[in-house]
Design a protein around this ligand. Structure first.
Ligand SMILES: Cc1cc2nc3c(=O)[nH]c(=O)nc-3n(C[C@H](O)[C@H](O)[C@H](O)COP(=O)(O)OP(=O)(O)OC[C@H]3O[C@@H](n4cnc5c(N)ncnc54)[C@H](O)[C@@H]3O)c2cc1C
Length: 401
């Protein structure tokens, strides 16, 4: 969009997580000013890892953060699924050169704080982006070309459009679609990072590894140039607590992992202090927009993490949304409709696949045997071991405009 057509007021972005910052950067690349309104005191991410599929690296290129991300990422060689009852491998998906050849981009893992910081730095380097903390948005109102948000303290802030990137418990979404609680999956995630010296040699693999057990699974991978190991232990539980940082109860977790292979068990035993997430999602919707207001990332399509794609989808959303705003020459209502139309089926497919994978990972009895047979049937030696993932890793920005 030429500077002459740029709106006088900034786009207001509610939420400064990965999605909110990514869309601020994406809009700045089109010459559009934005103000990011974050409820927390600082722009920060919690200490845990995140996996990045090749599809998100295309978004990172468009956003100009590709090199900053690659600098901090660990490029894992394989995705490995182990049966944690028998201790035997179920499936290995090669991720190194074969994935670069197939999808032209890598698969990597990164500390969340490092990914978030890459976006904070890109925002700080742009004169078009204002970052504002301690600002919790409660509601919005539209009049003509102006959208006004009201904060918890009663302040009003005006913009030319609003993007709700305020996560699973989005207040923007609540106003648009009603304040329905998220769907509680019955699964709970405990996360921790382990200094590399404490990681048993038997699992020091350059891989994103998933140990699948009955009603539980453990994921681990290296982080920060192999200084840390990321651990995410997931099991069935009735607990419900909002937020991403509650303290976990180790004894409850250890009970749920009783009987699993000694290798994952040895890592669980090493950590005393766990942080807890109650895992929730929502059903897909196709209508993310209300005039000059739209949703992005988890606010639009919250998903379980079993496909490791939530932040990847938020980054793709950001690039797509900015492209649509540019193409519509500042008609935000039209741009937001085009954006949601382009994105909703792809993100819905990821949401629904993630739910399915949760059941697959936690299978017991004959379903476990079936899983091992079906997943084990696709081997790294197959002509195209990534065929089933081509829609995800090869899609996104090619169809996102
Ligand atoms: C255990 C686990 C593992 C995961 N692993 C992966 C992975 O490997 N790969 C991957 O791609 N994804 C992964 N995800 C998903 C990913 O973390 C999320 O999809 C992603 O963080 C969503 O980003 P977001 O910016 O949309 O929302 P959020 O990260 O939730 O950010 C929302 C922001 O909005 C702020 N906010 C909320 N309400 C308001 C308000 N009213 N006013 C102002 N600010 C507000 C919040 O403080 C926060 O900063 C995982 C998730 C979990 C739980």
């Amino acid at each position: 969009m030429s500077t002459n057509n740029a709106p006088a007021l900034p786009v207001l972005i509610v939420g400064g997580g990965i999605g909110g910052l990514a869309v601020a950067v994406a809009l700045s690349k089109k010459g559009i000013a934005s103000q990011v309104l974050e409820q927390s005191e600082v722009f920060a991410e919690i200490g845990a890892g995140i996996q990045l599929g090749p599809n998100v690296f295309r978004a990172f290129r468009a956003l100009g953060v590709y090199d900053a991300v690659c600098d901090k990422a660990v490029f894992v060689d394989d995705l490995i699924m182990m049966d944690s009852v028998s201790g035997t491998p179920i499936k290995k998906i090669p991720l190194g050169e074969t994935i670069r050849e197939r999808f032209k981009d890598p698969y990597a893992v990164i500390h969340r704080a490092d990914l978030h910081q890459a976006f904070v730095s890109a925002c700080e380097a742009s004169a078009l982006i204002t970052l504002t903390t301690n600002t919790s948005v409660e509601s919005y109102a539209q009049a003509g070309d102006v959208v006004t948000v009201t904060t918890k303290g009663g302040n009003e802030i005006k913009g030319c459009a609003v993007i709700g990137a305020d996560g699973l418990w989005s207040s923007v979404r609540a106003q648009m679609h009603g304040n329905e609680k998220p769907r509680v999956s019955g699964h709970i995630a405990y996360r921790a990072v382990l200094p590399i010296d404490e990681v048993p040699e038997s699992v020091k693999w350059n891989a994103a590894t998933l140990w699948a057990g009955p009603r539980n699974h453990l994921v681990h991978y290296p982080l920060r140039n192999w200084e840390l190991f990321n651990l995410v232990a997931v099991f069935h539980s009735d607990r419900y607590e909002e937020g991403w940082n509650a303290v976990g109860a180790k004894d409850e977790m250890m009970r749920c992992f009783e009987g699993v292979d000694e290798r994952p068990m040895s890592m669980l035993k090493k950590v005393d202090s766990w942080r807890m997430w109650v895992l929730c999602d929502r059903d897909p919707i196709e209508d993310w927009s209300d005039g000059r207001v739209t949703l992005l990332g988890d606010a639009a399509h919250p998903m379980l993490q079993y496909f490791a794609q939530g932040a990847c989808m938020a980054s793709e959303d950001a690039v797509c949304l900015a492209n649509m705003v540019e193409q519509s020459e500042g008609d935000f209502t039209a741009a937001f409709l085009a954006y949601q139309k382009t994105r909703y089926l792809r993100t819905a497919r990821v949401q629904m696949t993630a739910r399915f994978l949760g059941d697959v990972y936690h299978a017991a009895g004959p379903v476990r045997e079936l899983r091992n047979m079906v997943f084990g049937g696709i081997t790294p030696e197959d002509a195209d071991p990534h065929a089933g993932l081509a829609w995800l890793y090869g899609g996104g920005l090619s169809t996102a405009g």
